[in-house]
Design a protein around this ligand. Sequence first.
Ligand code: NAP
Length: 281
Amino acid sequence: MKIAITGATGQLGRLVIEKLKAQVPADQIVGLVRTPAKATDLGVEVREADYNQSATLETALVGVNKLLLISSSEVGQRATQHRNVIEAAKKAGVQHIVYTSVLHADSSPLSLADEHRATEADVKASGVAYTLLRNGWYTENYTGSIHGAVAGGAFIGSAKDGRISSATRADFADAAVAVLTGEGHENKTYELAGDESYTLTELAAEISRQAGKDIPYKDLPVADYAAALTGFGIPEGFAHGLAGWDANAAEGALFDDSRQLSKLIGRPTTPLATAVAAALK
Ligand SMILES: NC(=O)c1ccc[n+]([C@@H]2O[C@H](COP(=O)([O-])OP(=O)(O)OC[C@H]3O[C@@H](n4cnc5c(N)ncnc54)[C@H](OP(=O)(O)O)[C@@H]3O)[C@@H](O)[C@H]2O)c1
């Protein structure tokens, strides 16, 4: 049995490999990476697999039984990149493809969802058994801004009073491991989100409580939030993406109360207070 993970040098991929090593022998795990030099510390077999180079994918997937396809970080190129992986997996005889999609992919208003919809359709059309892990927002998307918010005196965003059911990368990694090592997940789709939801006002209140300093939430029009993010050095296209996704959050795009994630991992998802504490450390 060989389990391979794409994006193994990424933040989610590294967590999956670490958690998988605790459950299965390391020689059954293959890290698929674009840049092998970055992967010398993974502690598992590493194979070169560039989403843009089908020849590397076909070689890398030989002998692999289960594949975790972690969605690419190259927004705009992902549908093609993922298709390359799925085609190579089919050729190599992979028996189960697990794909990290986006929450409520079929109905999500997020601009990101188009590529995920395309990949979900490709996975299903491949005829290979699949599991769709429709991951919600990472809590780290917000906790990554905590130091800046404390320094600047406010937490800014455009999510209004939208409730966000985020979970940590570690929670999502546990879900991927549960599916890769468990039984009965073939041809299933899971909507994965945190057990508890919060508004950015509630997040700011938790930051204030833990930082011992009043950090209010300041809701900005989307264009102003995008401009502020650009001012922090975030590339313009990505800044507009982030601000737009926050506006989608205002309409409930990041909310889910089905608790499928905690059911899958057999424990509650990481509380927001714990994630805030980790970020403030
Ligand atoms: N749910 C959310 O809130 C959220 C937030 C951000 C991202 N995401 C999605 O979830 C994925 C995993 O998140 P993450 O935090 O682990 O992202 P990450 O740390 O940016 O990791 C992305 C991984 O994709 C690999 N990659 C990029 N282009 C590639 C290519 N052409 N061929 C092969 N590998 C390639 C990167 O390889 P290198 O190390 O060589 O660069 C890296 O290992 C992201 O890629 C993105 O699709 C979700």
